[in-house]
Unconditional design. Structure first.
Length: 167
């Protein structure tokens, strides 16, 4: 499997199917998905337009209400660039709705998270890198893969808190 991103953004029927969770959230039925997905509402960093992007949650911590996601199309993904520019407006997962604070996991955090996630989800850990076009076999390939796709943690913002974007 080649390293780096090789997949293109979904189109046609696949794109419509991937947008289905948005429909559920818009009808206040997002709770049916549990905490498996996060609906991120964000504004375009240059256009100011409002966008809604559904992100797969790799881990949800009920104590902190933090969701960890991966940017499948790397740092060039529009939602990632918009959030980095401070344009996250709302996060929704399960029945939870909030103004999100975010942070990009540091290299060390991403490595530790991915190693733990692989052990807890062995089947998904084989499928996800393949779907993203990443090679995670061997230390060098794994490091390149983790450098290619950032892991981002979202949680409800506390009053007066600024977004942190490490990494």
């Amino acid at each position: 499997m080649p390293s780096g991103l090789v997949r293109t953004k979904p189109r046609g029927l696949v794109k419509r199917l991937l947008r289905f969770p948005v429909v559920l959230y818009e009808r206040d039925l997002g709770w049916l998905l549990g905490h498996r997905f996060l609906l991120l509402t964000h504004h375009g960093r240059t256009s100011g337009r409002t966008y809604r992007t559904v992100l797969e949650v790799l881990q949800f911590d009920p104590a902190t209400r933090e969701s960890i996601v991966v940017s499948a199309w790397g740092r060039r993904a529009d939602w990632f660039r918009n959030v980095q520019a401070g344009q996250a407006a709302e996060g929704r997962t399960g029945r939870l709705r909030y103004v999100p604070a975010h942070r990009v996991l540091s290299r060390e955090e991403a490595e530790a998270f991915f190693a733990r996630w692989e052990k807890e989800h062995p089947l998904e850990a084989r499928i996800l890198p393949y779907l993203l076009g990443l090679d995670t076999r061997g230390p060098a390939a794994r490091q390149q893969a983790l450098d290619t796709v950032p892991f981002v943690a979202f949680r409800p913002r506390d009053a007066g808190e600024d977004d942190r974007s490490d990494g």
